[in-house]
Design a binder for this molecule. Structure first.
Ligand code: PEP
Ligand code: MN
Length: 291
């Protein structure tokens, strides 16, 4: 590790990678994050109805996603906006999981709901707005589910890794880091995807790193190019918002991919995913595959 990074990140001993340490694989049930395959997590921003969720779940599963996303508790910027279905949303996520075999990632907003969310989720999301909620992070340290920790929209990588360290130190080392775009002076996009964060985190931390191109871009036409860049930079997974009727979505409809757009994104990504698979498995398998 570069000396300046050692000085900056070295104190986060549970999440920083020493020179010979292997990378960590975080298991989401039977799915390895940080292994040979780039794992796609997809679904609506918010769970809205049984029909909306099941239609999306079936479509994303058929297109190759392994994990279904969907918020039951939504951290909205406006108090008048849809706040999520709560426990009814968690139950719909379970139903969609049973129908499709997809695993579930969903956000927890408060310490009071950690046990409830952990009952339904295979992977618990900490949103960008909660990245520095240390009471929440500490309670997730005691929880027996893996954690998807999103980078705060104005958080440095040092602050991001500090939050991961808080969860690990409280007893839960199963943390996946998620770059979701940061606030910059640019206004053409909702946030700026910090692609160098992926490369830096893969060098300084042993934790898996995934990218959410949806909240970074804020517009559907940028999601595929940003997803390609994320995979090429070494991301271990993607988190993408998909809705059967984006114009009717109760949250983040402006950035949701419609189902056919998601299928096109997956088709487009195939060669990039394949290159990563070969790089990760090593050249012997490339030779074997050539027979
Ligand atoms: C989300 O995933 O829908 C979400 C609210 O993301 P973020 O916390 O990155 O804004
Ligand atoms: Mn969203």
């Amino acid at each position: 590790m570069l000396p300046q990074w050692k000085a900056q990140f070295g104190c986060f001993d549970l999440v920083v990678r020493t020179d010979r340490q292997p990378r960590s694989i975080v298991m989401v049930h039977d799915i390895a994050i940080g292994g040979d395959d780039v794992i796609v997590m997809a679904g609506p921003c918010a769970v809205e109805s049984e029909r909306q969720l099941l239609e999306t779940a079936e479509a994303v599963a058929a297109a190759g996603a392994r994990i279904l996303r969907g918020g039951a508790y939504k951290p909205r910027s406006s108090p008048y906006a849809f706040q999520g279905l709560g426990v009814a949303g968690l139950k719909l996520l379970r139903k969609a999981s049973q129908a499709t075999g997809l695993r579930i990632v969903t956000e927890v907003l408060s310490e009071a709901e950690v046990d409830l969310v952990a009952e339904y989720a295979d992977l618990i999301q900490v949103g960008a707005r909660s990245m520095e909620n240390y009471t929440l992070l500490e309670s997730l340290g005691k929880c027996r589910r893996p954690i998807l920790l999103k980078r705060g929209m104005v958080a440095t990588l040092e602050e991001f890794l500090r939050s991961a360290q808080v969860i690990a130190r409280a007893g839960n080392p199963h943390v996946i880091l998620c770059e979701r775009g940061i606030r910059t002076f640019e206004t053409a996009t909702r946030n700026t995807l910090d692609i160098s964060a992926v490369a830096v985190l893969k060098l300084v931390s042993h934790l898996p790193v995934i990218v959410d191109p949806s909240h970074a871009a804020g517009i559907p036409c940028l999601i595929t190019p940003l997803a390609r860049a994320a995979v090429a930079a070494g991301a271990d997974g993607l988190l993408v918002e998909v809705h059967p009727a984006p114009e009717q979505a109760l949250s983040d409809g402006d950035q949701a991919l419609a189902i056919p757009e998601f299928r096109s994104m997956m088709d487009d990504l195939q060669p990039y995913l394949e290159i990563q698979r070969v790089r990760r498995r090593g050249p012997q398998l490339l030779a074997l595959g050539a027979d």
